[in-house]
Design a protein around this ligand. Sequence first.
Ligand SMILES: Cc1cc2nc3c(=O)[nH]c(=O)nc-3n(C[C@H](O)[C@H](O)[C@H](O)COP(=O)(O)O)c2cc1C
Length: 416
Amino acid sequence: MKCVDDFRLKFGTREYVPIIIGGMGVDISTADLSLEAARLGGIGHISDAMVPTVSDRRYDTKYVRDKLKLYKYNVANSDKSSVRFDLGLLAEATETHVRRTMERKRGDGLIFINCMEKLTMNSPRDTLRVRLRSAMDAGIEGITLAAGLHLGSFALIEDHPRFNDVKLGIIVSSLRALQLFLRKSARTNRLPDYVVVEGPLAGGHLGFGMDWAKYDLRTIVAEIAAWLRAEHLDIPLIAAGGVFTGSDAVSFLETDAAAVQVATRFTVAEECGLPADVQQHYFAASEEDIEVNTISPTGYPMRMLKSSPAIGDGIRPNCEAFGYLLDANGNCAYITAYNRELALHPQAKKLKVMDKTCLCTHMRNFECWTCGHYTYRLKDTTLRNPDGSYQILSAEHIFKDYQYSKDNKIALPTQA
Ligand SMILES: Cc1cc2nc3c(=O)[nH]c(=O)nc-3n(C[C@H](O)[C@H](O)[C@H](O)COP(=O)(O)O)c2cc1C
């Protein structure tokens, strides 16, 4: 019986352990977590979601405070169209985050950044362009284009000196999405270096509707692989979503996948950005505690723990400080939902907004507990502490379990 270590992901002449830790915004996949993946010979992701906010927490900058100061006059106004990001400061924040991470890199693996198109930031094209280019300027080794179709993203960077040097990948959940992307980016004469095929059991936003349960990762990977073969396109496929054990990974590596992208197992790693008390909720979750809902203002279904404080919370939209999901006209589905409830209950001390959430605020505060379908199995991956809590794992332990385990076994840690 084989283990993941019997396989390698190849980019040109370079080989990597075929384990990619997926991007988890907002700073759930921290620099520390990504650096561990790279040190161990695999690939780690940082995320470019809300980087100015992350930079304030990590590098003692003051982007959020300064932006709020600038737009304070608008806080009570439901029209957010005047709230803009300063592109120079956005570039600075991205460069800081990427450069500081790359400076600490050890080992033979790679550090990529997960870039979400749905962070439209009241100026979708300009802000995306700045985020992509400044990550490249700062030495990122790969960019995974996520959450959105990214039909014009390659064109935004095609004149960048590192366009052919940085690994570029895209996340898709269907053959159709991949075909559309390839058609639209054909003009740049640049194929993606890898394609992450993300199935319906993943964490974060899903590339499916609420009928996600009808779909199956293995079928989608096989369909895309067959089409690529027929088109004589040699692009490594990365299977993602519900790959919980080393044996799960091997079953994909033995067929059509060149690597797997995993995340849920790492949400309970020491190096993960989730606070320790939140990690205990992930461990303790049962299958009934997890749902896919539509409260994300992005319009994509999202999987999360039902106990997430973000669900139902009717806080005032925080766009003057954050505003990452404002569309090109300064709208966000949460603002609409909030204003509707405010009009219905003008005297209420605390509003409840059930259908949407202020995702920026709640992701910033780790109050939207997004998770993968198999989160309820995390308790089987560790031991209990004497006080009954679950023992947090090291990223190295989880990574090596994926790399070396066989027979669907999961290695438990040594008792702390
Ligand atoms: C907590 C959490 C947050 C996530 N956030 C993002 C994100 O910001 N962007 C993204 O493209 N994918 C995100 N994902 C998806 C992962 O990168 C990954 O592809 C997927 O979850 C892998 O499946 P698994 O969690 O079953 O291992 C997230 C997943 C989790 C568990």
